[in-house]
Design a protein around this ligand. Sequence first.
Ligand code: ZN
Length: 505
Amino acid sequence: MTFDPRCKALLTRLAAVHDLEMAQALSFWDQNTYMPEAGAPARGRQQATLAALSHQQMVSPELVGELERLERQVEDFLPGSPERALLRLTRRRVDRALRLPAPFVAELSAHLSAIFSAWAAARPADDFSRVAGLLERTLEYSRRYASYFPEAAHPADPLIDEADEGMTVGRLRPLFAELRAGLLPLIAALDPGQPDPLLARAFPIAEQLSFGQEISACFGFDFKRGRQDLAPHPFMIRFSSGDVRITTRVNPTDFSDALYSTLHETGHALYELGVGPAYEGTPLGGGVSAGVHESQSRLWENLVGRGRAFSSYLHRRLRQAFPRQLEDVDLERFYRAVNWAHPSLIRTEADELTYNLHVILRFDLEVEMLEGRLAVRDLPEAWRARYQSDLGLCPQTDRDGVLQDVHWFSGLIGGAFQGYTLGNLMSVAFYRAALAAHPEIPAELAEGRCAALHGWLREQVYQHGGRYTADELLLRATGAPLSVGPYLDYLGAKFGASPGDRMRM
Ligand code: ZN
């Protein structure tokens, strides 16, 4: 596929904006992997300069003029065509950029860099007071951001829309309420017991890393077009279709930490690696939304990585790689250990069943802060109160509480968390549709073969990049709009009281 030649001038301008953004992304990757701490102040300035430059280019008269010229000819392009999507997405980005004054963009970028560095020191020190003032400024910036979209029904809507186009507080609230109402009885019925001590056995760091990379490659990650490095907070980042990187962290006495975070980030990376190469450097050239992105990481991490079928392969390979640590561990014990469901304090370590409660409470707190009903100084207490009421646990430290996630300390408040739960809902919808098309998938996964599933996802999801909206993509691939029911059915079958109807996923 190539774009109509009439789009060439616009594509050239967009590619230049994209290059500046990728320079920023590379600088972010370095900041989060290898940069010495003392590099932080200059790095903040450099990122602000790059942010201002890409913003200038996005709203330049030349780029906007090209866009307007093509918009006048829009009828020449077929509905649903990549050209139509190109014009729609470019207009969306230009409009956003035009509404945000350049000094605001540069100031915000410098501020986010500063608060990120402050958080990186405040979190291990368990000292919220070191970031409270900066977080108040983030909240002001978030409100200012929202104020540039006065037509929005709720101040969180423009921030949510940025990550998950088409989503609003009005759409999310009933969806989350229904999910929460379905989750609470399942969680109340849990008999969590104790963690399996097998998860506390010693596993050498280098061997954990190479094992994770083996399974990542087994899923389909191409290490000739990507790499893995260590980072305190695992993430995936794309620089181009030939350079998609993942990071992980390793716990020497819990192999599941590095392994499943690697599988999670691999899911994100497979999506980016699968986007049609013709979309490179355009607004179509990447995952379409936070929610769809997370659907892919969660699908590979949980539905595959913690599912019955692939677990039997994983268990076999793990016992070969770590015979000393795992010789007495049979498949059933392994499966139960990596699917141990119990209320806990840390979102990224939460099991599938309780995970969404962590997300929903963050979403609620974001909305309350933006509405002015919750002040930053009261946030740690509000956090503790919600954990107590929702999960029956209260963090003893802010490190295990409000300081645990990077999101509010590296980005705006609002729109940062809903994608995780949307992703969980969509992961089950996509997986079911893949199974319906390819009933052989579970048997293949049990032998460590992922080609049928990966192929279906590439065809139905990955290759399209931003061509369709998240709602359109889900409907095309699964035949149904977003809903809570199938996801609750899946969780009920996996974690519910009657093991007889446990799904084999
Ligand atoms: Zn993720």
